[in-house]
Write a protein that binds this ligand. Structure first.
Ligand code: SAH
Ligand code: SF4
Length: 414
């Protein structure tokens, strides 16, 4: 699989099949499900109807067994079971923090591992989703940055995280689909009570797990389209945030074709410091990046861009840095907020987190300029819930290896 366009530092492996010779339907668009049903022998009209029914069961009800699809003719269900599956990632490890944060280490069909994190709050529940196994980029404060990219995740593996989270949180609607209509071809439809859509636990999604989502654009787009589909998982695009380290050439497309909220990992306000901590800056500099933010479709109207800013002691946390951040946001006329993230340390990291007083002072300076700059409370520290930490607990490269990986990644970026 080639990462698209002129921004392609590497080629990545293809997504493996989970169902052996059966096709996994998770991640396929509604039309694509119809397509595989036609290939399996249904006529176009029947395929369209079945695709609609299966879609609803899969994405709205969380069903993984065709036998549970009670509005599909009984005789047809084994036919589907023989040919298709509705897969889930395998859970390798599940952890719950004392603050309620949950973290799962997942395995794909080829054994590749990636992770997702669920963060419950009083008024929302946010799932942090991965887009790649590892990352081609090498932000120096990020643990995922120390891993080689193994491959992109497929749309099914990305949307599969959301579905698995719903399984684990027990929040699929219960009952039957009153109002969905009977199957016109079926005379043995079962009736099993009323359908209820429960109150939601998982309300928000952030593409802030492992990987750079804009280096895996097509699969991320396919997955998020499914997540936003009104007859499925039905999350509003206003509740989904895509975070990028600054892949400038893909930002406008993300706004136009996916249309979710944008978060940009800015982390520094000078070329010197951003080149060091977010080395992609050597390719797409701060001015270019902020211009792309100003041009982001919808920016300036209702949609605010979020700048993520990790607080690193004596690196990017001075009063002057805060003032420069305010100046830049004004210069580019950005309707923005700043999320201040206390650095989450990991074994071998070369940075320290700024003191709480420094973070507070930094935040105050930005607030005083009329720009919101909340300090993110670290969550799930006892289970190492920050980006890339669970997976790599198993593999601890030496300092020399880390430097070599960083050099290789930098060379690949060109
Ligand atoms: N690749 C994308 C999305 C994944 S990283 C991006 O870089 O934006 C999600 C966020 O977590 C980024 O803002 C990243 O900078 C931040 N992050 C990574 N490691 C961190 C750490 N150790 N402590 C605090 N924030 C971290
Ligand atoms: Fe990759 Fe984001 Fe980590 Fe940078 S911060 S190495 S882009 S996952």
């Amino acid at each position: 699989m080639q990462i698209p366009g002129h921004i392609d530092p590497v080629t990545t492996g293809t997504v493996p099949l989970r169902g052996g010779n059966r096709i996994d339907l998770v991640g396929l668009s509604r039309d694509a499900i119809g397509g595989v049903l036609v290939e399996a022998g249904l006529d176009a009209k029947a395929a369209k109807l079945r695709a609609k029914q299966i879609w609803h069961w899969m994405y709205h009800r969380g069903v993984t067994d065709f036998e549970a699809m009670t509005d599909i003719a009984k005789a047809m269900r084994p036919w589907l079971t023989d040919r298709f599956i509705i897969g889930r990632p395998t859970v390798r490890e599940a952890q719950v923090s004392s603050d309620g944060t949950r973290k799962w280490l997942l395995a794909a069909a080829d054994g590749q591992e990636y992770e997702m994190v669920f963060i419950p709050d009083a008024d929302r529940g946010t799932l942090c989703v991965s887009s790649q196994v590892g990352c081609t980029l090498n932000c120096r404060f990020c643990h995922t940055g120390t891993m080689r990219l193994v491959r992109n995740l497929g749309a099914g593996e990305i949307v599969g995280q959301v579905m698995l989270a719903r399984d684990e949180l027990g929040e699929w609607p219960k009952g039957t689909m009153a109002g969905f209509g009977p199957d016109p071809e079926d005379d043995d439809e079962e009736d099993g009570g009323h359908y209820t859509a429960d109150g939601r636990i998982l309300t928000n999604i952030v593409m802030m797990g492992m990987g750079e989502p804009l280096y895996n654009f097509d699969e991320v787009k396919g997955a998020l389209k499914i997540v936003m589909d009104g007859d499925g998982l039905a999350l509003s695009r206003r509740r989904i945030t895509l975070s990028t380290s600054g892949v400038v050439p893909m930002m406008a497309r993300a706004g136009e074709e996916i249309g979710v909220n944008l978060a940009v990992s800015l982390h520094a306000v000078s070329k010197e410091i951003r080149d060091e901590i977010v080395p992609l800056n050597r390719k797409y500099g701060i001015d270019e990046l902020l211009k792309a933010c100003a041009d982001y479709p919808g920016a300036g109207n209702s949609r605010r861009i979020t700048f993520e800013y990790v607080m690193l002691k004596d690196k990017n946390d001075s009063d002057d840095d805060a003032r420069e951040l305010v100046r830049l946001i004004r210069e580019y006329g950005l309707h923005a907020k700043v999320n201040l993230i206390p650095f989450n340390p990991w074994p071998g990291a070369i940075y320290e987190c700024s003191s709480p007083e420094r973070v507070k002072a930094f935040s105050n300076l930005i607030f005083k300029a009329g720009i919101s700059a909340p300090i993110r409370t670290p969550r799930g520290r006892d289970i190492m819930a920050a980006c890339g930490q669970l997976k790599s607990a198993a593999t601890k490269p030496t300092r020399a290896e880390l430097d070599r990986i960083a050099e290789e990644k930098q060379a690949a970026l060109g």
